[in-house]
Write a protein that binds this ligand. Structure first.
Ligand SMILES: NC(=O)c1ccc[n+]([C@@H]2O[C@H](COP(=O)([O-])OP(=O)(O)OC[C@H]3O[C@@H](n4cnc5c(N)ncnc54)[C@H](O)[C@@H]3O)[C@@H](O)[C@H]2O)c1
Length: 498
């Protein structure tokens, strides 16, 4: 970004005035040949794909020039990895310091969920365009502040729901359904049948692994003791940091399900039922869950199953002359989808069984159409950064916010729920045939796993009514409280007006 020195000028002016400088990168990025310096924040797992994805855009002017992680081992590993490829990068532990670097144009974020919105907002305020992982928020309110920040500062913000880049595949199926060729949509169903085993029970606070800045890791969340064996990844199953599998794998399919409906607001009514069943561990989030979004046109029903179709059989396997034990398990599937979407229509259904394709069937179950194909989601981010039009994004932050929030409101109902016997739950939901049938299948699935739901009870949450315009619940202060959090200073998400 050397050819136009206005940024350098503003840098000095901003620093002198002592303000948190907003770099006006938007016009400078218009030139297709311009170099875009990239910072990747958090790369223990998914962030590795960010590094790979941005490196692959080298011929289009993208450079990784900085890395940030609060784990020194991860950080030095990333620096070495890029060094071997011939790239010298600046290493940061504190993302705020990295955002002060005016030469950085793009920021990609793959930290745990509780950091996503704040990190993205800070990056936007510092003048960067952002690629932020799903879910884009840890709660509904902060997701909306992120949308407002993106629009206010005219920044390009892509959500990491890469199946939105399956335009020739899933996108065409969406158009097909929305054209009415299969009749009216009756139900849109998302499935997240993905094995999630116990994370173990520690029973006591664990030492913080060496080399981790735990204060920065916790950020906006309370700085509680570490109550799980593994610091990385397993935070997904504790409410302070994660959103359960609904907000982990499930957000991808929730987003695709909402894409089919065309809904651009949160659902007016939501309730959820489920439990963390089959094992007792340090996790808090349900591993088995149904969320019912009562949209007026057609309900969106989401199912999470972390247990297998039935308990696995332990088999002895011999590999390279060595004997070991392996558990053989399989997952359920519903109408061809394990981790996917099923759109039930009057004249048939569409199944999305993958991140890149879909198939339509008529009422008799005969295949009538098939679509496949996707493009690179990072390249699409770059296209929009160059065009400066958020409309060019396949997963604009507004879509990211709405789909993430559908996971959050489902979880809010669950978290406010009461444990009940299956018969009492059945009685409560019997007014809705599809909900009752979905619940029956869930109970059968648990029985197949030898879970006695009369002893280890399921939790059913209240029906929450929402005003989609304000994104606040109606007449439920306890539910409203869970729309946001008490941010731990100084890691406070700012309120940003639309
Ligand atoms: N789009 C996808 O297909 C996809 C796939 C996997 C994960 N994800 C998302 O990516 C995110 C990361 O998942 P993961 O499995 O890599 O988690 P992880 O816990 O394995 O890694 C997170 C990394 O972020 C670092 N980190 C934490 N706080 C930080 C901070 N304040 N500043 C800088 N670094 C920080 C950690 O040290 C760690 O290295 C999650 O939000 C997840 O939902 C998306």
């Amino acid at each position: 970004m050397k050819y136009f020195d206005r940024r350098g000028f503003l840098k000095t002016a901003g620093a002198a005035a002592g303000v948190f400088y907003i770099a006006p990168t938007s016009w400078a990025q218009k030139s297709p040949g311009d170099t875009l310096n990239t910072l990747v924040v958090g790369f223990h797992g998914r962030g590795q794909s960010h590094i790979g994805g941005m490196l692959a855009l080298k011929d289009r002017g993208v450079r990784i020039t900085a890395l940030c992680d609060v784990d020194q081992k991860v950080l030095s590993g990333g620096v070495d990895q890029l060094d071997k490829k011939g790239f010298k990068v600046t290493a940061y532990t504190d993302m705020r310091k990295a955002f002060e670097n005016k030469d950085i144009d793009l920021v990609t974020i793959a930290t745990p969920n509780h950091w996503h919105s704040l990190a993205a907002i800070w990056a936007i305020q510092a003048g960067k365009d952002v690629y932020v992982e799903k879910p884009v928020s840890h709660n509904v309110w902060e997701g909306r502040q992120l949308v407002n920040a993106a629009r206010k500062h005219k920044k390009i913000v892509q959500t990491g729901t890469q199946s939105r880049s399956s335009r020739a595949g899933i996108g065409e199926a969406v158009k097909f359904v929305q054209s009415g060729q299969l009749g009216k949509i009756l139900i849109v169903r998302g499935t997240c049948y993905k094995r999630r085993d116990t994370i173990g029970k520690t029973g006591a606070p664990q030492p913080i692994p060496a080399g981790i800045d735990f204060d920065l890791w916790c950020g906006p969340a309370p700085k509680d003791e570490l109550l799980r064996a593994k610091l990385h990844y397993d935070w997904h199953w504790q409410w302070n940091y994660g959103n359960g599998d609904l907000g982990n794998q499930g957000i991808h399919q929730m987003d695709l399900a909402r894409w089919f409906t065309g809904e651009m607001e949160l659902s007016p009514r939501v309730w959820s039922v489920g439990g963390r069943l089959g094992y007792v561990d340090d996790g808090q989030t349900p591993n088995t869950q149904i969320v019912y979004h009562d949209y007026q046109k057609a309900p969106l029903i989401f199912e999470v199953r972390g247990l297998p179709a039935k308990p696995g059989i332990v088999e002895e396997v011999v590999k390279d002359g060595k004997k070991s034990k392996q558990k053989k398990e399989s997952m359920d599937n519903f109408m061809g989808a394990q981790i996917g979407v099923i759109v039930h229509c009057e004249g048939g259904h569409v199944t999305v069984p993958s991140y890149s394709g879909a198939t339509a069937y008529d009422k008799s179950g005969k295949e009538i159409k098939k679509w496949t194909g996707s493009v690179d989601h990072f390249a699409n981010f770059l296209d929009a950064v160059r065009s400066r039009k958020h409309e060019d994004l396949h997963a604009d932050i507004l879509d990211g916010h709405l789909s993430s929030a559908l996971c959050h409101t489902g979880n809010i109902s669950y978290r406010l729920g009461m444990q009940k016997n299956p018969d009492a739950i059945k009685e409560q939901i019997k007014g809705d045939r599809d909900a009752a049938a979905t619940f029956d299948r869930m109970v059968e699935h648990l029985k197949a796993n030898h879970v006695d739901v009369t002893k280890n009870k399921l939790t059913i949450g209240p029906v929450l009514t929402m005003n989609p315009k304000t994104e606040k619940f109606i007449g439920n202060a306890a539910a409203d409280k869970l729309l946001t959090r008490d941010y731990r200073k100084p890691f406070v998400v700012p309120a940003i007006s639309a």
